[in-house]
Design a protein around this ligand. Structure first.
Ligand SMILES: [Zn+2]
Ligand SMILES: [Zn+2]
Length: 371
């Protein structure tokens, strides 16, 4: 089915509704059905009904998902760096925390996720340069232990992918030696992750980890990086997509692998409720199709973190449209950004913007001008 219409949903911008998204937004489809021949309508309705029964919940009552709250805005890197803590800690619910690194420490300002099960916890990434994660991490885990009347909990430390802005804190976390928080470290490599999550055939099969009454599914998604995984938490319906999908510039050095990964991820989600799609960064403004310049540490009017299953379908749609000749293409909430495999890094033009933006914003880090 061709694109029907854009649709506004949650804090994200316009969503293209494709064939599969139509299952999520049936009122848009029924309008079209009225214009069709009755003989065609019945099989379509039966197909749609069968899909609803598997993919969604019968009533708008939250289903069986564990609820949680996301903030309307996040702390970035200003306007006054003196006021900004190195890590913002957000409680999504009592067993899931989101940590965001301050832009005053590093322009990447990545998001980290901390899940707790009955037996173990799992940390997704360790932050970027100058993150100094350990004090914030210890504080959250110790508070969780106190809240749950526990002495200790083992923490699995794993990674969305291997880029420096997500593994910078690895050495410090491994050297933590906190008796209340024994560490099970999984190196950010295909080999280590395949073994740990029992992924039989990378990247086509999936893996999982049971934290104790909390099974997290792991889906290999190479393309942005050779080692990259998505994580799906059935308890909250949250999908983590790392640097493959977030509100920002989706850098793609290996287009065929990235496209195949997106398709496999969508296939994996068949029949599974998705509450939020959460990535590692925010680089978009709240103005559709507009990002912050690379290197920005301060993001006034930043786009929200959460995307939806519809965004994933929109991404798939975009990738399919340029299969023969991948090229840069801005969508309301993200930009598909294929990279030339021959170039190292993002190219001279982006490096120039990065340098200029950093110089300007770091010079004003104690008092950014009003926007
Ligand atoms: Zn990356
Ligand atoms: Zn990144």
């Amino acid at each position: 089915m061709k694109r029907i219409t854009p649709l506004n949903r949650d804090c994200s911008n316009a969503k293209a509704v494709t064939g599969r998204a139509a299952l999520l937004y049936p009122h848009l489809v029924f309008g079209k059905l009225r214009q069709m021949k009755p003989a065609l309508v019945l099989p379509l309705l039966l197909l749609a009904a069968a899909s609803f029964a598997h993919a969604q919940f019968p009533e708008p009552d939250g289903g069986d998902l564990e609820p949680g709250v996301l903030p309307l805005t996040w702390t970035t890197g200003g306007p006054k760096c003196m006021e900004i803590p190195e890590w913002q800690v957000h409680e999504y619910n009592p067993d899931l925390y989101i940590l965001r690194q301050s832009g005053c420490t590093d322009a990447e300002m990545p998001f980290l996720y901390l899940f707790f099960g009955k037996d173990r916890g799992l940390l997704w990434d360790t932050g970027s340069r100058n993150g100094d994660l350990v004090p914030a991490l210890q504080r959250v885990v110790h508070n969780w232990l106190e809240r749950n009347h526990r002495e200790s909990i083992t923490l699995v430390v794993t990674h969305s992918h291997s880029h420096e802005d997500h593994i910078w804190g690895d050495a410090a976390v491994q050297a933590m030696h906190d008796p209340a928080i024994p560490i099970e470290f999984v190196a950010p490599t295909v080999e280590a992750a395949s073994k740990f999550f029992a992924i039989d055939a990378w990247p086509t099969s999936t893996g999982q980890i049971d934290l104790g009454e909390r099974v997290l599914s792991i889906v290999p998604i190479p393309g942005h990086d050779q080692y990259a995984i998505a994580l799906y938490d059935r308890r909250t319906g949250i999908l983590l997509t790392g640097d493959n999908l977030y509100p920002g510039r989706l850098y793609i050095p290996d287009f065929p692998a990235y496209k195949a990964s997106t398709e496999r991820l969508i296939a994996f989600l068949e029949g599974k409720p998705v509450a939020h799609v959460l990535g590692n960064h925010i680089e978009e403004t709240r103005t559709p199709f507009k990002d912050f310049p690379i290197g920005s540490i301060y993001h006034p009017n930043e786009h929200c973190l959460e995307l939806s299953f519809g965004t994933l379908l929109e991404l798939e749609d975009g990738l399919k449209s340029m299969e023969a000749a991948p090229h840069r293409m801005a969508f309301a909430d993200f930009t598909i950004w294929p990279l030339d495999p021959k170039e190292h890094g993002l190219g001279p033009q982006m490096e120039e913007i990065y340098k200029r933006t950093q110089a300007e914003q770091l010079a004003n880090k104690w008092n950014q001008p009003a926007k």
